[in-house]
Design a protein around this ligand. Sequence first.
Ligand code: HEM
Length: 406
Amino acid sequence: MAEPYEIPREQLFDPRQLTDPYPVIAERRAKCPVAHQSTPVEAYFAYDYMDVKALLADRSGSRDPRSAKSDGVSRLQASELGDTSRSMLFLDPPDHTRLRGLVSRAFTPKAVAAMAGPIQMRTDALLDAVAEQPRFELVEALAGPLPTMVIAEMLGVDPDDHTRFKRWSDAMVRLLDMGASEEEKLAGSQAREEFGDYLIEQVAARRQKPREDLMTALIRAADGEDRLSDEEIVATCRLLLAAGNITTTHLIGNAVHTLLSHPAELQKLLDEPSLIENVIEEVLRYEPPVLFTSRNTTTEVEVGGCPIGRGETVIASLAGANRDPAEHPDADRFDVSRDDPHHLSFGGGLHFCLGAHLARLEGRIAIGSLFGRFPDLRLDPELPPVRALQFGFRGFAAMALRRGAA
Ligand code: HEM
């Protein structure tokens, strides 16, 4: 049996993990595909593709924070997100099976495909607004508002409420950030409460007068006598907003930044717009918006040849898996014509991202339309892009762009 690499104390807060985690992952992988830290929270880390895939597929792995030791990472994250007893992301079977089963009825591929028109319309309107500007900021103009608008539209939020909706969504995202200040956490918790009250009102209104939207579909979702309770509907709407927004914003930001930093790859897309599907998959592989997910062990397991006891939190490094040289030749190279740019960016197993189809659709429309309209886009040399420093996520808080030749 192998021994996990024990992460030295001084490396725990290596700032490169926020700015460029890949060299840190490569250094650790070279020592052992599994690492361990005992402080500030105890956790194991798995970096290799096959190990991460097996870990996520293993049905004995738990997402329930109560299954971890008291200082487990998932307990920390779950307590920040709230709703742990009603959110599918923090439930195990049979509760997870029931809730996900009911929710996915309202989240069918057909429902997602029907969003293509509205997503294109929103994207066009957002791009129209900057079409005359020689320089604009990507996150403000497109990557930030688009996913919020899409989820608001799916849920059926009234257009008048969109500004409030965006504010709540931005504040709640900070709850996921381990580096958030006390003030930001307070604002996030307040937004969570306000959003909850708003949703309760909205659900009640739809019980009286059903509409053609996701919230009504969640109310209607039923398996025999089994239905979602109001609390479950509210928790699900909150989860969809929390899980779907910043992730998709980061997908769009990462795609633009990676393409602009690799002009030959961007040229391939400009020459051949039908490459867009592969481009989005390669961006998801090369720069995943969510760097890791986790599972708690409920029995003794072996990961990467290392024994791990019961009740431990194992962090599945999605970023590590996607750049595993044993899985992808030349894994650190961004190549939009890669034959099979498969990745684990949407997790796996029972908790595989419910919004993966929607995120891919948004990514393809946003990136295809942006470069279709502005093929001469470039990073503003005077204003370097600003990274969003959220632990566990990777993307941009701001990215200044210019049009026209340098
Ligand atoms: C590029 C964008 C996105 C990325 C990278 C992403 C990534 C992920 C990851 C890594 C997980 C955890 C999977 C696991 O632990 O195995 C997850 C779960 C989830 N995601 Fe996404 N996501 C994205 C967009 C979305 C969108 C747009 C929605 C919905 C509107 C969404 C809804 C969910 C839900 C409901 C879960 C929980 C599923 C469960 O526990 O069964 N995600 N996502």
